[in-house]
Design a protein around this ligand. Structure first.
Ligand SMILES: [Zn+2]
Length: 433
């Protein structure tokens, strides 16, 4: 199923330079004349996506999370494949789920898992989600979930927590599973090292990620309906990032992710690596910054030229009773909200703020997990509406002013602005007064 481009000349002109025949069209609507920010319409097989975009993680109808229907009602156009709870451990990766749930108990007959999901009309049918889906490779999740893992040239090796058998997640298998899931954007399997690791391992992982990208491209059975994104690695080493960018941008992939960041590195290193990457990524393809979801980070990284973001933060922090607001966050468990009858954010139009007060949610938090669900809805609505405001300001040609007002509202005084954010914004021409 190819995306309809309505055959108009405009679409064809913006497609120039994009991956040949890929089911993705990126149309740049506006570029900020000061910063590297841009507003685009991204067309994927399951509909349009307005960028810059925050992509929430879809979950299976749990009271603590948010359902596909609710995500759709909030205007979400793309989400990450399901978070399931497998036993006591949350698995926020559909691929990792498949390995754990289907592959491990039947390693003799590995093809069983993907065949089953194909019967369920892919992940879209399984989740009952009609819009776009992004799946990760499963590698990162598996490495963090399964203690006994080993990376070799072949792939990532794990020991089954069920029967102690060894199983291999190779680039080919990751893509085979993602092909079966039918996601609109698939991520390559990469060799992930923590952003705080230094030394020869970082170079090895970067070079292996390039080799694995080639194996992923070759393994993709559905290049006409599933987009495979490359992941730029290289840790905090500018030279290695340069090499990775040069190699990966030679490949004909429909989009690029910036990986290996948001892992506890200094924020000063973080933004410098982000801006280095966006300087060298092709402007006609989408740029996805992985694992970033704090409001300040989102706004700054849009200024640095990123289009897509994902992070478990807004949903995770909701589960601790914390609601996101334009001036920071409210810890609704605190006593001060017991008699506070305002909504979480009086300016928010989400279902939670339309119906419930801070006092009600505070009371509910003591006895019912439904409170966490109400906060999750609000937090996702906050992220989506923040990104829509960012986008509108780029379209209106007032993004720098938007950033200045955003920072003023988020922090009580100039002294509290994070230094890294001030430096990062200054690097693209926004002075904060
Ligand atoms: Zn709200």
């Amino acid at each position: 199923m190819a995306v309809s481009t309505s055959g108009d000349a405009e679409m064809n002109s913006v497609k120039k330079g994009a991956s040949a025949g890929a089911p993705l069209v990126l149309r740049i609507l506006a570029e900020c004349p000061v910063t590297k920010a841009r507003a685009c319409d991204l067309t994927l097989p399951h509909g349009p996506v307005r960028t810059p975009v925050f992509m929430p993680v879809g979950t299976q109808g749990t009271m603590k999370g948010i359902t596909a229907d609710q995500l759709e009602a909030l205007g979400c156009q793309i989400c990450l494949g399901n978070t399931y709870h497998l036993g006591m451990r949350p698995v926020s990766s559909a691929v990792a789920l498949f390995l754990l749930h289907y592959a491990f108990p039947c390693t003799e007959n590995y093809s069983y898992g993907p065949a089953l999901i194909e019967k369920a009309s892919g992940l879209h049918g399984f989740m009952n989600w009609k819009r776009n889906l992004l799946t990760d490779s499963g590698g990162f999740q598996m490495v963090s979930l399964v203690e006994l893992s080993e990376v070799t040239e072949e792939g990532v090796k794990f020991r089954s927590p069920y029967d102690d058998k060894e199983i291999l997640l190779s680039p080919e298998q990751s893509i085979a599973i993602q092909n079966s899931l039918g996601s609109d954007i698939m991520m390559q399997l990469d060799d992930v090292v923590s952003s705080t690791v230094t030394g020869p391992r970082v170079e090895e992982a970067m070079k292996r990620s390039v080799r694995w990208l080639d194996r992923c491209i070759a393994a993709n059975k559905n290049p006409e309906r599933q987009n495979l994104f490359a992941i730029i690695q290289g840790g905090l080493n500018a030279e290695l990032r340069h090499v990775c960018l040069e190699e990966m941008t030679k490949r004909d992939v429909p989009g690029f992710a910036i990986g290996g960041l948001s892992g506890g590195e200094e924020k000063d290193d973080f933004w410098r690596m982000v801006t280095l990457c966006t300087d060298h990524l092709p402007c006609e393809k989408p740029r996805y910054l992985m694992g970033v979801g704090y409001a300040v980070d989102l706004v700054v990284c849009v200024a640095l030229g990123c289009d897509m973001f994902d992070c478990v933060f807004p949903t995770r922090t909701a589960r601790f009773g914390s609601a996101l607001v334009p001036w920071g966050s409210l810890q609704l468990r605190h006593k001060q909200y017991a008699k506070d009858f305002q909504p979480i954010d009086p300016d928010c139009t989400c279902p939670t703020c339309r119906r419930h007060s801070r006092a009600y949610i505070h009371a509910l938090l003591k006895c019912d997990t439904a409170a966490l669900h109400h906060i999750t809805i609000h937090n996702i609505a906050y992220q989506l509406s923040l990104m829509l405001s960012v986008r509108q300001s780029i379209l209106d040609g007032r993004f720098p002013q938007f950033v200045q007002a955003f920072m003023k509202r988020m922090f009580p005084s100039r002294e509290q602005y994070p230094h890294w954010a001030v430096d990062a914004l200054a690097s693209v021409g926004i002075a904060l007064d």
